[in-house]
Write a protein that binds this ligand. Structure first.
Ligand code: NAD
Length: 460
């Protein structure tokens, strides 16, 4: 069990406290399978308390000058908790938004007799619901802009990874955040997540997670108070590899994309389309690179391939692998991996309408199919309900730009693949992969209302 010094209670109105009904849920170690922590499960009453605290804290927080708000945020989040990139990336978000918090409206002389202005104002209480695969990154990516814009926040972490969010809540408390401005709830989606999404006092909901949950949340938002929604959902990202590309670089980028976090990343290129003339050599090189992943204890610095997050994820991925064997050709050798580990798995020549081509697997499983023409590759890549990230590998810039503009995807990587992205570049999904965009330049906008003020001026 985790030591008693690790916080497992809820953070509401500036204080840590047990859940109202004293319920807890068990958190198991992905490494050993043993019980790791018992975390307090937020009830509907806890959600109501957290939202009420955020609502009460909102007027004073919104009235602080951006500089005063920024100082608090930079102090609480400025120091990384570890050397993982999550901590560095997370603190970068707070650093950026602590400097950026001067939202501006516009002015207009286009209505005769008027000087008109628009002002930007925080929406009020923002709810954030985050997944487990990079919890610290999502905590910071969502909260830094929401708080900097003058909103107060209630965040619900994933039941699979609740401890880092509580850790950061502790830092916020130490830094002297005013009570109620930032509240953190642990718990399961259908209880506290659904209560937040349906809450009448929550004015915006920012969510990262699966399409399945995103659809439910959109419905809950519509059925309650039409709260603003920012949805960052899943992917089934295609990579198109043309025969004039640097094949070794294409192999390196595409295998890293699907291997990172054992395939548990939203931008993973799980569908690779390779031009027929280089198909055999690509598959051979890809297999050599992918199967050399070093499986083992995730705490060991030499290991680059850890277990799947929990038993459910592990079982789901195995189910997809079994389905793949029925529909496609398995390129990698069959061998069982211990515990919750899954060996890197490659299928080829899979029919485009097979389930493993259509659904997000979220594991180290990739399909490599071939194509002959540019037109065919684009058609296959776009034949998906997802549209988060797509890649094209070629040395022909004209072709790269032609293909990039036709791919139905929020981000396109040319000669690179997910997770390559720019902090200031809009990030988000087309089609089923989401609503709205997040980034240094876009996130704050989604947490603000734009109000038009019409000013009649005599004699103008
Ligand atoms: P998930 O949808 O199962 O859970 C995400 C969050 O939603 C969790 O906090 C969960 O408790 C909550 N939730 C679940 N059911 C709910 C309900 N009925 N009502 C309210 N809340 C509910 O997703 P996950 O398994 O945690 O994360 C993996 C998914 O996230 C993948 O699909 C992945 O592609 C996606 N993802 C997307 C991005 C992106 O930026 N687009 C980034 C990371 C992960």
């Amino acid at each position: 069990m985790v030591s008693a010094s690790v916080e497992t209670r809820l953070f509401i109105n500036g204080e840590f406290r047990p859940s109202s009904n004293n319920e807890t849920f068990d958190l198991f170690s992905a490494r050993s399978g043993s019980l790791f922590a018992q975390v307090h499960e937020a009830s509907k009453e806890d959600v109501d308390d957290a939202v009420a605290a955020a609502k009460a804290a909102f007027p004073a927080w919104a009235q602080l000058s951006p500089r005063a708000r920024a100082r608090l945020e930079a102090e609480s989040m400025g120091r990384p908790v570890s050397t993982y990139f999550d901590a560095t990336m997370g603190s970068d978000y707070f650093r950026y938004f602590s400097e950026a918090a001067y939202p501006q409206g516009s002015s207009s002389l286009n209505t005769p007799g008027f000087v008109n202005v628009t002002v930007k104002q925080p929406v009020g209480v923002v709810a954030a619901i985050i997944p487990w695969n990079a919890p610290l990154v999502f905590f910071c990516k969502k909260l830094a802009p929401a708080l900097a814009a003058g909103n107060t926040v209630v965040l619900k972490s994933s039941e699979k990874a609740p401890l880092t969010s509580l850790y950061v809540a502790n830092l916020a408390k130490e830094a002297g955040f005013p009570p109620g401005v930032l509240n953190v709830l642990s718990g399961h989606g259908p209880i506290s997540g659904a209560a937040l999404a349906s809450h009448m006092d929550v004015r915006a909901l920012t969510f990262t997670g699966s399409v399945r949950t995103g659809k439910l949340l959109r419905k809950m938002a519509a059925d309650s108070n039409m709260k603003n929604l920012i949805l960052e959902l899943g992917g089934k990202s295609p990579a198109i590899v043309f025969d004039d590309c640097n094949i070794d670089a294409a192999v390196q980028h595409t295998q890293f994309s699907i291997q990172l976090l054992s395939g548990q990343n939203c931008m993973a290129n799980s569908r690779i389309y390779v031009q027929s003339s280089i198909m055999e050599s690509f598959v051979e090189k890809f297999k050599a690179a992918f199967t050399s992943a070093r499986l083992g204890d995730p705490a060991d610095p030499n290991v680059n391939h850890g277990p799947q997050a929990d038993k459910i994820q592990h079982a789901t991925v195995l189910q997809y692998i079994n389905l793949g064997k029925e529909t496609g050709k398995l390129v990698t050798e069959e061998q069982s991996a211990p515990g919750l580990f899954i060996n890197p798995t490659i299928f080829r020549d899979v029919p485009e309408d097979a389930k493993i081509m259509k659904e997000e697997i979220f594991g180290p499983v990739v399909v490599i199919n071939s194509f002959d023409t540019e037109e065919e590759a684009i058609k296959k890549a776009n034949d998906s309900e997802y549209g988060l990230y797509a890649s094209v590998f070629t040395k022909d810039l004209d072709r790269a730009m032609r293909v990039a503009t036709r791919l139905e995807s929020g981000t396109v990587g040319v000669n690179c693949s997910g997770p390559t992205k720019g902090d200031d570049m809009a990030f988000g999904g087309q089609k089923g992969s989401g609503l709205q965009r997040e980034s240094y330049l876009h996130s704050m906008e989604t947490f603000m209302e734009t109000k038009s003020v019409m000013i009649k001026v005599d004699g103008l």
